[in-house]
Design a protein around this ligand. Sequence first.
Ligand code: URP
Ligand code: ZN
Ligand code: ZN
Ligand code: ZN
Length: 500
Amino acid sequence: MTDQCRIVIKGGKVVNEDRSETADVLLEDGLIQAVGPNLQVPPGTRVIDACGKLVLPGGIDTHTHMELAFMGTVAVDDFHTGTKAAVAGGTTMILDFVIPQKGASLLKAYERWRSTADPKVCCDYSLHVAVTWWDDTVKKEMEMLVRERGVNSFKMFMAYKDVFMLRDHELYAAFSHCKEIGAIAQVHAENGDLIAEGAKKILSLGITGPEGHELCRPEEVEAEATQRAITIAHSVNCPLYVVHVMSKSAAKVVANARRNGRVVFGEPIAAGLGTDGTHYWNKDWAHAAGFVMGPPLRPDPSTPGYLMDLLANDDLNLTGTDNCTFSVCQKALGKDDFTKIPNGVNGVEDRMSVIWEKGVHSGKMDENRFVAVTSSNAAKIFNLYPQKGRIAKGSDADLVIWDPTATRLISTKTHHQAVDYNIFEGMVCHGVPLVTISGGRVVYEGGRVLAEPGTGRFIPRKPYAEFVYKRIKQREEVRKPSAVARKPYSGEVMSLASNR
Ligand code: URP
Ligand code: ZN
Ligand code: ZN
Ligand code: ZN
């Protein structure tokens, strides 16, 4: 009998973010025990032949919203179907968002998310927490989340006016506090006031369909907020992470800031890299509504290629999906008014293949950069490295055996997600996960998901990720403003009273 808990992956090309080598990988007790050529295979070990294939660190999806209650309904992919789909696509960890209502306790929301996710997850996960309002209790709860609950990232919304949006002075306070407690500030960067005004204007013109969603929030609405967030974060020396960078304009803002030395990271998502906003003008309402998300996909068809170019050269840094799925009947809540279409798209299952196709197969990035942008950089930024994001002795046994030459057709008919459409429908991708291993267990093989709900773990994260905070700490030391030493002014001071 073979011991399913001990696995050797034989003869594959092991790809890390910095190098590739042909090697065997021995897995036991949920960890990678050895990586090297011609490893001895202990009796009873399951041997998986990976000759001619790549062995990659499992994907880390930095941005999901499983079963999020949003815009009057609940996202249809829950932590079970969502993580099943993840492992079927070669992703072995997701980072989901706890989003408390304004005025609600962050800690209670976090506990609720944990008890919802823990029994359902088929792979490891971790949680970002959103700050949707501001006062001293929020401040204290952020501290507790960092110290006691394994959270090191907080998301602030600059959009969704009156729902989740923070004003600039609140962003300033929240970013300052993130810096104090060693967390990274994340922003949904869109100008919520301009969106609210723009939506009224577009509706008044009689435009009620999904195209109105993009028309009321053009690229500059995203770019302006991105620049504003970077300015506020820099003013308090806080590291910033811009989630779902969707436009060329916003991507240029992030790239310029990085080139000017700002500690900022940009996250394009599978949707923005793999498809575009021309679909909002499709004559079929349901088709068009399926692509509605915020910030919107952009109608400029050169956008996905441009975002991929920036991702390839590290102007943008890593990828998520913003997987937040609503089926067609849920999208139809907005059939007469685009502002009521629940915002969100799929991606958690297809991210790896879409990025391989558009990034590696196209020749824009190599296999090592693929690993960086789908796994290692996420692990570094969120302080999980090298537990995650690397194939090395001692790292978690989260891997995917990847066939770079095989192709697969993306379709609702075959995907593992609960949602009833797929924004990548009909896309043929090179780059196919053959076997996914999570925590040392085979969770996907031969086209079948083998993972059981509740087998994934919550992974706590410590503050002050070195990859992010080394520069921040040094700047804090050496860039403190200081007063000029001078003799006190002793001349005449005008009298304001006598000037009246
Ligand atoms: O449309 C989106 N992005 N839905 C999920 C919530 C968010 O803004 O990330
Ligand atoms: Zn968002
Ligand atoms: Zn279309
Ligand atoms: Zn999101």
